[in-house]
Ligand binder design. Structure first.
Ligand code: FES
Ligand SMILES: [Fe+2]
Length: 468
């Protein structure tokens, strides 16, 4: 750390320091030609303390056991998309730990989530990882059958079960709420409604994104050799970009990205693209930045004119190129869509285990789940969510492709190779981090006050659930 940085940090209250002598994310966005909406132009950061995060939560199997009792049973989780179950009778099996749910559309506007277990002797009614269409749910063991609405239709040889009252044998349900095309479920019948859980600020953000008009065009999953929280936290900051992804730093304002949080359950960063990393300031021209810029499906930009005019910025040219490209792709008028929405990386954590990226160039959702067999492993899923074409039918959602542990993300069909490489870089650090936390003589993890606020915010919310 340079002396200048130390001086700067020392003169300010904790959490107030920002990357010195650099434009802020808001400064960068304010210069764009097409103005960004309010949800982009707001800031919501506060210093939350600088204590170390105790390491036990990542390495102790007892901690993981408690999470199943106290956290996973009481939080709203993204179980599937509505597009997975468009017709009455369609169902999708969602698992969390050893819990399993059949999420099914029981009427045009009603979705239910049943515990995936027979009320006779417990057999799973539908295998994990499956989806399909059903008019009833029949147990494969003795044939007890439930109607789509969860009521008991048949107990085989019911003469032998005079003690079974049909009205007490409805399939037990988790709560369900629908938002922006996502089906959320919660095992806690006393939990806050989803809107209150997220709070008014985030609700105004998500309601302006139109994610209900997106479809899954690629869905990739992989088991990662690290605790689910380490897995998530690897994606919460742009602080690692210069070391882990040096190839993108030329066109990513990494150290001057913006971090925000909203209530207990939502936080985000905005990481501007098309501008140079403060770490590399002075080493590249605007033309270099443009030449090295890749984003999402970068191949489609290959033929574009990339020669900058005198005084033109790489960022503005990139925004114009992307706008043009997406207008052609979607046949929509994007003249009013801001440069920032077209270009920048907006990463939101939706507590406990989902990320949403509402931007247009990287339209993704991530989901993370613990591996019930091993607290040192977790499942990571990436959904690429393209806008539904204006003049056509909604395409079917892509089926999930599971990668083997040794496979690269670049091998997944539909994955842009440049982006797959970034995901490999992110996840390759995780085994070393898990093992290092088990090897260390130190009690906890030390965090930056600003750039790692999402990690602290996330862990403080976990603390709240674990303490109750
Ligand atoms: S266990 Fe399901 S019918 Fe017997
Ligand atoms: Fe990364």
């Amino acid at each position: 750390m340079s002396e200048q940085v130390l001086d700067n940090a020392q003169q300010l209250a904790p959490g107030e320091a920002r990357c010195p002598n650099e434009p802020s994310t808001q400064d960068i966005i304010a210069k764009d030609r097409v103005t960004a909406p309010d949800w982009v132009r707001s800031e919501s950061y506060r210093f939350l303390g600088d204590e170390d995060i105790p390491k036990g939560r990542y390495i102790d199997p007892e901690y993981a056991k408690k999470e199943y009792e106290k956290l996973w049973t009481r939080t709203w989780q993204f179980a599937c998309r509505e597009e997975h179950i468009p017709e009455v009778g369609d169902y999708y099996v969602y698992d969390l730990g050893r819990r399993s749910f059949i999420v099914t559309r029981v009427a045009e506007n009603e979705v239910k989530a049943y515990y995936n277990s027979c009320l006779h002797r417990g057999t799973k009614l539908r295998p994990s990882g499956t989806e399909g269409c059903a008019s009833e749910f029949t147990c494969p063991f003795h044939g007890w059958t439930w109607n789509l609405d969860g009521s008991l239709q048949k107990a085989t040889c019911h003469w032998d079960f005079p003690h079974v009252e049909a009205e007490k044998f409805n399939l037990p349900e988790a709560r369900v709420e629908l938002l922006a095309g996502f089906v959320f479920i919660n095992m806690d019948h006393d939990a806050l409604p989803l809107e209150e859980y997220f709070g008014p600020e985030f609700m105004s953000h998500i309601n302006s994104w139109g994610l209900e008009n997106r479809y899954i065009h690629c869905h990739v999953a992989k088991r990662i050799p690290a605790n689910w929280k380490l897995n998530m936290e690897a994606f919460m900051e742009a602080y690692h970009v210069i070391e882990t992804h040096p190839q993108v730093a030329v066109s990513n304002a990494d150290a001057n990205s913006q971090y925000d949080f909203y209530g207990d359950h939502v936080d985000r960063f905005i990481s501007p693209l098309g501008v140079i990393s403060p770490h590399l300031r002075g080493q590249y021209t605007e033309q270099d930045i443009l030449d090295q810029f890749t984003v999402g499906d970068s191949s489609v930009l290959a033929g574009a004119d990339r020669k900058l005019a005198e005084g033109e910025t790489a960022r503005q040219r990139m925004a114009d190129m992307l706008r043009d490209m997406f207008e052609k792709g979607t046949k929509a008028d994007l003249s009013g869509v801001s440069d920032s929405e077209l270009l920048d990386c907006f990463s939101y954590t939706i507590f406990p285990n989902t990320f949403m990226f509402p931007g247009i160039s990287l339209p993704m959702v991530y989901r993370f789940r613990p591996d019930p067999e091993d607290h040192r492993k977790s499942f990571y899923e990436v959904f690429f969510m393209r806008p539904v074409p204006k003049d056509g039918e909604r395409p079917e959602p892509a089926e999930c492709v599971w990668l083997e542990d040794h496979q690269s993300f670049t091998e997944a069909e539909g994955m842009d190779p440049g982006f797959g490489n970034i995901l490999d870089q992110d996840t390759e650090n995780l085994l070393a981090q898990q093992q290092g936390l088990e090897a260390t003589a130190k009690d906890g993890l030390t965090l930056g006050n600003y750039q790692e606020i999402r990690v602290r915010h996330f862990e403080q919310t976990i603390d709240k659930y674990m303490a109750d």
